[in-house]
Design a protein around this ligand. Structure first.
Ligand code: SF4
Length: 388
């Protein structure tokens, strides 16, 4: 009589942290060979200078590679080494950062550059605890710079690497959940090729960015597909679980472009006591047009703000506000409607806080200003000729 066999469960590769020495060696060899063959030629990959690698790592935080490339070149031309950066005025550094966003990165870079010059003789520190003591440098950035520049055997884990590890181990759930993240940190430390740590870290991130992509990973091109549990189970599109997006918050910001007969405008830099946190983060604590988060009546609320914060009271009470084309702006989960108003004046006011400057409207975008301020200035420049 014919016997029926009970089908076996599909054989899946072991989780990354449980590879035996031969498998681990094979995994490393395949991934590094692929990286050397397929890596993108990016400017920060042509150097081992810790200063240049550090700048690239900071710029790449929350910012796409294509957006960083032109800034990276210009920034290094102006600040070719850490001493030049430390010597520069913060205003100058911010101006060269303008448009990249998240300006705290530039402020921290400047502070850290001064510390590197005074405490480390102008050389990026080699020890992890010394690197972590610098402004704006967390575990990820420290490990990236030290492994790439100095070959320190420190594993780097970012979102791309975590996604690769989640799929290799068929780990379901939210990548960023602390218990998963700890698991990925262990796995990435176990996989690290200690004698090629910099290349290894970059290879894992490159695999996540180019092959093991968030949607529809390109498994046919993957150098480590044979080690991948998610692929062998056919669940590579289900792992990891997509994060729920935060519901966007809609905000209207009314801003005043005050303009005198000579084409000069007024910019303010509100101090921490007078500004609203959301306005502060929108304009990155840089020079900005007087602005207010508006409710139903943007014009009236902005007018009240101008009277109170810019000293436009007394005779100035009768100023005219002409609405200009609105612009859209997004900061993380905030969707902002910029509602600019043009206010023509014989003489610009002097805000009582004193933290203000007057400047030709056409020169605003040459200052260190946020992209929201640039959009308002551009709207005003394009419309001032047509606005009575
Ligand atoms: Fe990612 Fe596919 Fe490679 Fe697995 S086989 S690591 S899912 S690209």
């Amino acid at each position: 009589m014919r016997k029926w066999r009970v089908p076996r469960a599909p054989k899946t590769p072991p989780a990354p942290a449980a590879l035996n020495p031969a498998q681990l060696a094979g995994f490393r060899r395949k991934l590094l060979a692929w990286f050397h063959r397929a890596k993108r030629d990016l400017p920060w990959r042509r150097t081992r200078d810790p200063y240049r690698i550090w700048i690239s790592e900071i710029m790449l935080q929350q910012t796409r590679v294509a957006a960083v490339i032109p800034y990276y070149g210009r920034f290094l031309k102006r600040f070719p080494n850490v001493r030049a950066l430390a010597r520069a005025r913060l205003e100058t550094v911010l101006r060269h950062w303008a448009g990249l966003g998240y300006y705290s990165r530039a402020r921290n870079l400047h502070r850290a550059a001064k510390a590197i010059v005074t405490r480390h003789g102008g050389r990026f520190p080699r020890e992890l605890d010394e690197a972590l003591a610098l402004a704006g440098i967390g575990r990820y950035t420290a490990a990236a710079v030290l492994s790439i520049a100095y070959g320190k055997p420190l594993a780097v884990l970012d979102g791309n690497g975590a996604r690769v590890l989640a799929r290799l181990g068929a780990v379901r759930g939210d990548l960023r959940a602390p218990r998963h993240w700890r698991q990925f940190e262990k796995a990435s430390a176990a996989l690290l090729a200690p004698r090629a740590a910099g290349d290894w870290n970059q290879a894992m991130m490159e695999l996540g960015a180019k092959v093991c992509t968030p949607m529809a990973p390109h498994c046919a091109e993957c150098p480590v597909a044979a080690f991948c549990r998610a692929r062998s189970l056919g669940i590579e599109n289900e792992v990891p679980t997509a994060r729920r997006k935060r519901v966007p918050v809609q905000i209207t910001v009314a801003a005043a472009v005050l303009l005198d007969a000579n084409g000069r405008t007024l910019l303010v830099r509100p101090d921490a006591h007078t500004s609203v946190a959301e306005v502060e983060s929108l304009f990155s604590r840089l020079w900005q047009f007087p602005a207010v988060i508006a409710g139903k009546n943007a014009r009236a609320e902005l007018a009240a703000h101008l009277r109170k914060q810019c000293g436009m009271d007394g005779d100035g009470n009768k100023f005219q506000m002409t609405p200009m084309d609105p612009a859209r702006h997004t900061v993380t989960f905030r969707e902002i409607q910029l509602a600019p108003f043009l206010v023509r004046l014989a003489r610009l006011p002097s805000p009582p806080a004193g933290n203000s400057k007057t400047i030709p409207l056409s020169c605003v975008s040459k200052l260190a200003v946020s992209s929201a301020t640039r959009k308002i200035a551009a709207s005003a420049i394009s419309q001032t000729d047509n606005v009575p």
